[in-house]
Design a protein around this ligand. Sequence first.
Ligand SMILES: Cc1cc2nc3c(=O)[nH]c(=O)nc-3n(C[C@H](O)[C@H](O)[C@H](O)COP(=O)(O)O)c2cc1C
Length: 464
Amino acid sequence: MKRALTAALLLGLCLSLASPAAAAASPDSGKTLVAYFSCTGTTQTLAEYAADILGADLYEIVPAEPYTDADLAYYTGGRADREQNDPSVRPAITDSVEDMGQYDTVLLGYPIWHGQAPRIISTFLESYDLSGKTILPFCTSHSSGIGSSDDDLHPLAPDADWLDGTRFAAGTTREEIAAWLDERGISPDAPIGAFDFEKRTVMLNSGYEMPILGLGTYSLSDEECYNSVTALLQAGGRLIDTAYMYGNEAAVGRAVRDSGVPREEIFVITKLYPGPQYAAPEQAIQEALDKLDIGYIDMMLLHHPGKNDVKAYKAMEQAVSEGKIHSLGLSNWYVEELEQFLPQVDIMPALVQNEIHPYYQENDVIPYIQSLGIVVQGWYPFGGRGYTAQLLGNETISAIAADHGVSSAQVILRWDLQKGVVVIPGSSDPDHIRENLDLFGFALTEDEMARINALDRGEKHDWY
Ligand SMILES: Cc1cc2nc3c(=O)[nH]c(=O)nc-3n(C[C@H](O)[C@H](O)[C@H](O)COP(=O)(O)O)c2cc1C
């Protein structure tokens, strides 16, 4: 739960999730840069993990004269050997970091070459004024430790605040890098749980970024689902919510694969269902992976509390450690259920997905969940089947919509986002799907938010 505690603390720094202004990057810290040099890709992989986890910028130190295999063959008196023997060598770098001033923290990655950092790291350090910046070195090697390679770099940026470096072996996992960053107190650029309205994403406590709006696929047939996911992806939407129970995971997967959108840009959520799936969760997870057939699952939720839910969650935790699932969450868990469940598991859920709409606002539940560093997502944003016409036709909502020249649906979704609630409205109509993504050309005032908040009736429209 260590990461979860950090997440909750971070969230404390950013208490107000209610307004887009409050959702901007943390005000007191500059950005983080992950700079690295890598000839055979080992250091590069770890640098990419770190940048991804932190939401940091990535900069590759590229030599003006590339290193050939012969240059790298060590103990041959080749180029790398010669450079390492001469501390005054400064191999040229092709380009430079744009505006180094914007960074507070620099992670610096390099391979160990004869016990030291390659000389091009010296070139890099001497190219900038790094005074006042925190530098965290990390290296990869065949077998050597970091040795004095990090300390020996200090004189090249004497006024920087150097943290102790760490050596990693080839094959170090993303989770190990996340744990290392957490231990070193290096936190994501975007505070966990805060919505970034520019990027339209939220940083999860798992270290992954998730889009804050997307598509729900409940009750969509295979064909409708395929077409809806395709329409969403074409319109720029990147978040899709499905479930074993919806029977359309295969259609979601097919639409994702056919879309031409890079896999890593898309975020797919699916769910295990109580009963046989919770009783045999390993098979159920494999079934979801097979049906989706998109490599990994971005997030898996438990559909609702039920017998064997802890057992199912623990199987999902195992799948996270194997890289099959990236993030975990729960659906239809409320305060009491969370209080009972959380002490029994190791990975803090990244998300809780509950029924949320203007007639059922969960105003007690949402702040509690957010205070744990867990992101909240709402299902049935328009009140659910049988209630949609009534909610969209609500006088207050219609009046606000008319004032902004948008639809009632857009007003409700925007209200959710301004409350820090991720939205996944279901639709099989491409026009509605596009409209539901178009939420950034207007903002609700405090007064308008208050008028919608006043519509709460505590009226649940489904039994979960
Ligand atoms: C010139 C040279 C010298 C090296 N010296 C060492 C060494 O002293 N100790 C060690 O464990 N590995 C040594 N290695 C292996 C690299 O440190 C290791 O393969 C590293 O992970 C490569 O990182 P990269 O793939 O990011 O380039 C050396 C490699 C080269 C090319």
